[in-house]
Design a protein around this ligand. Structure first.
Ligand SMILES: Nc1ncnc2c1ncn2[C@@H]1O[C@H](COP(=O)(O)OP(=O)(O)OP(=O)(O)O)[C@@H](O)[C@H]1O
Length: 362
């Protein structure tokens, strides 16, 4: 097992290239998992470099959990291989497990009759680490997750969110190379979720821990991940940094509010000359009429505004619509649903307009 040696500089977009001889922390090759006729994971290959945080995103049933369980050796793939460092997970699971921590089923993996610290010691002991050696690590985790004053309380007597935090702390309780976290923020309050993000970044940056996490929480993925792998229908449809994924969907789109009802001829002119969508009528007297438009370049905006003014209509507001990771996710997975080729083109940065978009401050 090679030890992780590189860290990732998130400030540079999280793309520290591995050294030529760096063994990936996790290497998946042509992994397929079939359940009868259903292909849950379809020929997935990916490498995760040491010290990076990789997010798995995908709609319900996309295959994220099956992929994570396959990476852990808990699901036997139909074809393909998984290595943790140099170790083939399916050929030598016992060795692989010593280097891996996982939280799969929320709080269900901890022992409710044991206290919080006893649980931490138990999980650290699984890889032969003595309570004395991991005391500092555990104290820090307890503090990080606001559990210091609960250290000697039986897990059974804690709230659901606290149990979840104990489960996370147990996963991180020993010095593992790779942590797999399936929906780690589910059930956490906002503050705990922020604590978790901070701790995951610290573990990756300071201890070169590699983290693979699945989540439906875009904010967590955006905040913590160096890289995002979007899975749909068992296949990887995109694999890139958050910024680059969002960049795929960056076009010049605006929401324009008109101070009065546009004439029929102006509306016809706008609809025919520009890529206008989403007309919204005024909510009442004195309210604005809005529409969204995607333009080829900045000069088209001037032309469009000129057309509006020439028609005697007053522009009340122009808002730039910026895509975010959720837009990228929806675009990629929806396109995939319609056409695999379109999704592939999108993942390669070849498409134009977005299909869904949220308003951002310009
Ligand atoms: N043990 C199993 N037997 C049969 N089918 C399964 C089994 N486990 C998963 N599946 C199917 O495989 C597909 C992928 O499921 P998986 O749980 O990996 O998706 P997911 O992306 O984690 O979904 P979610 O976000 O809803 O948790 C689904 O269609 C699911 O019904």
């Amino acid at each position: 097992m090679s030890q992780p040696s590189t860290t990732t500089d998130r400030g540079e977009g999280g793309e520290s290239p591995p050294t030529a001889d760096a063994t990936p922390a996790v290497s998946v090759r042509n992994l397929t998992k079939r359940y009868g006729d259903l292909v849950a994971v379809d020929d997935v290959s990916l490498d995760v470099e040491p010290g990076t945080v990789v997010g798995l995103l995908g709609p319900n049933g996309a295959g994220k959990t099956t992929l994570i369980k396959s990476m852990l050796g808990l699901v036997v793939p139909s074809t393909g291989t998984v290595h943790i460092g140099d170790v083939d997970v399916h050929a030598d699971p016992a060795t692989a497990y010593r280097h891996v921590g996982a939280m799969l089923e929320g709080a269900r993996n901890v022992y409710w009759r044991l206290t919080v610290r006893e649980n931490l010691n138990f999980f650290a002991g699984l890889s032969g680490q003595s309570p004395k050696d991991v005391r500092d690590r555990h104290d820090r985790l307890l503090e990080q997750f606001g559990l210091t004053d609960k250290a000697d309380v039986a897990v059974n007597d804690l709230s659901r969110g606290m149990k979840q935090k104990v489960a996370l702390a147990c996963t991180l309780s020993r010095d593992v190379d790779v942590a797999f976290l399936d929906e780690p923020t589910l059930g956490l309050d906002v503050e705990s979720s922020v604590d978790l993000r901070r701790e995951l970044r610290r573990l990756a940056d300071d201890e070169a821990m590699t983290v693979v996490l699945s989540s439906h929480d875009m904010d967590v993925i955006e905040a913590v991940c160096d890289r995002v792998v979007i899975v749909n229908e068992g296949r990887v449809v995109a694999d890139d940094t958050v910024d680059d994924l969002v960049g795929l969907f960056r076009t010049q789109s605006y929401r324009i509010a008109l101070a009065g009802e546009p004439s029929a001829s102006l509306r016809e002119r706008l609809d025919s000359a520009y890529d206008v969508t989403g007309w919204q009528p005024a909510n009442g007297p004195g309210e604005t009429v809005t529409f969204e438009v995607t333009l080829a370049d900045g000069s088209e905006l001037h032309a469009l505004l000129g057309d509006v003014l020439d028609a005697g209509c007053v522009v009340h507001d122009v808002t730039s619509l910026e895509p975010d990771l959720e837009d990228a996710f929806l675009g990629l997975t929806e396109r995939r649903g319609e056409s695999g080729a379109a999704a592939g083109a999108a993942a390669n940065g070849e498409h134009g307009a977005t299909e869904s978009r949220r308003e951002r401050e310009p």
